[in-house]
Design a binder for this molecule. Sequence first.
Ligand SMILES: [Mn+2]
Length: 392
Amino acid sequence: MGKEITTMKLFHLSDLHIGKIVNGYEMWEDQRYVFDQILAYVREEQPDAVMIAGDIYDKAVPSAKAVTEFDEFLTELADSGTIILIISGNHDSAERLDFASSIMKKQNIYMKGTYGGEAMKVTLQDKWGDVNFYLMPFVKPSNVKNTLSDLTEEPEKESAALTYTEAMQQVVAAMQVDPGKRNVLIAHQNVTNSGVNRRSDSETISIGGLDNIDRTVFDIFDYVALGHLHSPQQIGKPEIRYCGTPVIYSMSEADDQKSVTVVELGEKGKLSIRELPLNQLHAWYNFTGTLDEAMSREANEDYARIVLTDKETIIDVQARLRTVYKNLMSVEFQMADGSRPEQERTLEDVKNLAPDEAFADFYNRKMKRELSDENAVYIRQLIRDYYEQRQG
Ligand SMILES: [Mn+2]
């Protein structure tokens, strides 16, 4: 298209979560600090396309401020002359993201919010020919099943629920990917390698791997630009990749080096991947020790989680810690032997439990008796229904 491109250079981003609030802290400044670095990289590196693999916003109904922030970011991206490819994630409202998408195409912004039976296909060219981009918004098996009912002649097949992997097979089949061309998929799903990937605390949990998609479903693609998991990682091979959030959103990501993933496509079968580091406005600080030790640090603005090992009760612990830790995110207590006081549950404990186990534990503590089998079944069903509806 116009200029001769020798190598196609792509930026891969995801999970911006614009408007996210963490432990009561608004992250506007943190987000803008990182977005400015991304825009500087775009001006410097001049990618042919920028892919944003879902979770643009943190909420399905973003605040006016969140919309304005994204608008500014998008406008500056578009002004650089790059092509922008965007899909919705599980946090986004698919319909809202589709708004004005046909007008935006004229600005080289391709947005795919809803899934109605096919992914959006965008074809770019370089000296080795076509590169086909498939924009696949976040989909649930039920979305896919609705689109299949017209096609299948076998009603008994329709009624059977699809797993995520099966649904994804259908979606990929509908793309009719030409294996002779170079193909890039943009998706926002929970993709696993032999059932495994690396999660972090700022993602919305789902129960029991229900939403796992085996990565082999995507073997036909030259590169798979994924969103959904918040720590950067490859899934089974370098070409199936989560770029991770650009901003740190939880303590479990404290040691992540956040980055922009840069993918350069050569002729079919040739590609290189590198990372451009993104600095954070605030460091995330995780401390375990006595109050005295915690207070010996210089005053700072780190996002801090303090676990205290003091044995005696401390008055006004939050207020005292805040004189040193301006951005105190949480305070917890731990006994000197490493255990926590009896009857106390921390987020760490509960996090390792399945939702139904966490409820049973809560019930047991409140009611001082065990949850009956009958009620346990009921609760499990309730939780399952809830996640099915809310998904992700
Ligand atoms: Mn996300």
